[in-house]
Design a protein around this ligand. Structure first.
Ligand code: 13P
Ligand code: SF4
Length: 314
C-alpha cells in the first residue's frame, strides 16, 4: 500500500538507511539541499559531479535529492534504472524559462549556430542541443569549439555573459535567469564589507554581471567549496544558494561564512525548488518507490548525445 503521509513519529534517518539497503538505492544530493538530506546522502556534489556519479552507479535505484532537470539527467544516463525524485514539483526557473518549442524555433532561425546548453534545462531542450555544459566545465568546453563556429548559449543569460567575457566568444544568448542568483543586493553586500573588511566575496556565475564584477572569486558550487578551503582568508560572503554553507562549515569550521543578503527581507537566497525536498518526502519516495522520473525513449536517445559529448570533453 502507498503511504503519502507519515502519521506516527518516525526516525527518518534510521528508516531511510534501512530502505536504502532494502531497495539497493543510492542517494545523490545537490549542495543546495537541506543539511539533513546532505548528511544522509551517499554523495553530495555539484551538477557535473552528480551526473558523473549517476553514470557510474551500480545501485538499482537512484534517489535524486535535487531538482527535476538533475534527476532527468540521471534517468537519461540510466534509462533502465528507477530514478526517484522526492517532490516532482522541484523545478528550476532557468529550465522553465526555456520551453522546448520556443528553443526549437530559435535554433531554426540560426541554423549555422551550434547550441551549447546549460544542464539547467529540460530533457526536451537537451534533446535539441549539441553540447550540454555545467557551470564548472562551460568555459573549458567553449574554448574547445573552433573559433569560426557561431554558438547559441542557453538558457542562463548571466552565465552566458560571464562566459563571453572569459572566453572572448561572441555567443547568442537565451534570456533566462535564476530567481535565486538575481536576488542578491549589492548595496547590502557593500554594507557587509564595511563591517567585515577582510571578507572575500565569492559568487556563482549565475549572479548578475554587476555583482560578479565585485567578486573576489567566481565558480560553480564545487569550485566555491574548494576555494574557501584553499584560500587564506577567514571570512567569506557567499553569493549563491545558502545550502552550500553547510559543507563549507564542515570543511572549514574555523572560518566564517556569511550568506550574501537578498534585496528584500526574505529568504530568497534559498532555492524554493530545491527546498521542496524534505527528509519526510525522501523517506516516502523510497518507501513507495515513487514519484518516479519517466521519459520518452526518443527524448532519452536524443538527449543522451549532448550529455555524453559533455562528459567526453570534460
Ligand atoms: P552547480 O553546477 O554549481 O551545481 O549549480 C547548479 C545550480 O542549479 C546553480 O543554481
Ligand atoms: Fe534553478 Fe536557480 Fe534553483 Fe539552481 S538555484 S535549481 S538555477 S532556480
Amino acid at each position: 500500500m502507498l503511504d503519502f503521509k507519515v502519521e506516527e513519529k518516525i526516525d527518518f534517518e534510521t528508516e531511510i538507511k534501512k530502505l536504502k539497503k532494502e531497495i539497493n538505492a543510492v542517494i545523490l544530493a545537490h549542495y543546495y539541499q537541506e543539511s539533513e538530506i546532505q548528511d544522509i546522502a551517499d554523495f553530495v556534489g555539484d551538477s557535473l559531479e552528480l551526473a558523473k556519479t549517476a553514470k557510474k552507479t551500480s545501485a538499482d535505484v537512484i534517489v535524486f535529492a535535487g531538482v527535476h532537470f538533475m534527476a532527468e539527467t540521471a534517468k537519461i544516463l540510466n534509462p533502465h534504472k528507477l530514478v526517484l525524485l522526492p517532490d516532482l514539483d522541484a523545478g528550476c526557473s532557468l529550465a522553465d524559462s526555456c520551453p522546448a518549442p520556443l528553443f526549437k524555433n530559435f535554433r531554426e532561425h540560426h541554423p549555422d549556430h551550434i547550441a551549447i546548453t546549460y544542464i539547467n534545462c529540460t530533457a526536451a531542450v537537451k534533446a535539441l542541443s549539441d553540447i550540454i555544459c555545467t557551470s564548472s566545465n562551460a568555459e573549458s568546453l567553449i574554448k574547445q569549439i573552433p573559433s569560426g563556429q557561431p554558438i547559441i548559449f542557453a538558457p542562463d543569460r548571466n552565465l552566458g555573459k560571464y562566459l563571453i567575457k572569459k572566453t572572448g566568444r561572441d555567443m547568442l544568448l537565451w534570456d533566462g535567469t535564476c530567481i535565486v542568483h538575481e536576488t542578491f543586493s549589492e548595496k547590502k553586500i557593500i554594507e557587509l564589507k564595511l563591517v567585515h573588511p577582510t571578507a572575500k566575496l565569492i559568487a556563482h556565475p549565475e549572479c548578475e554581471d554587476s555583482l560578479l564584477s565585485r567578486a573576489d572569486f567566481i565558480g560553480s558550487t564545487s569550485k566555491l567549496l574548494r576555494y574557501v578551503q584553499e584560500d587564506n582568508s577567514t571570512e567569506f560572503i557567499v553569493a549563491t544558494e545558502s545550502g552550500i554553507i553547510h559543507q563549507m562549515k564542515k570543511a572549514a569550521p574555523e572560518k566564517l561564512f556569511i550568506p550574501a543578503p537578498p534585496d528584500k527581507n526574505c529568504s530568497c537566497n534559498d532555492c524554493p525548488f530545491m527546498k521542496l525536498n524534505t527528509m519526510e518526502k525522501l523517506y516516502l519516495c523510497m518507501k513507495n518507490k515513487q514519484p518516479e522520473i519517466k521519459l520518452d525513449s526518443e527524448v532519452i536517445a536524443k538527449a543522451l548525445k549532448p550529455i555524453e559529448r559533455m562528459l567526453a570533453m570534460s
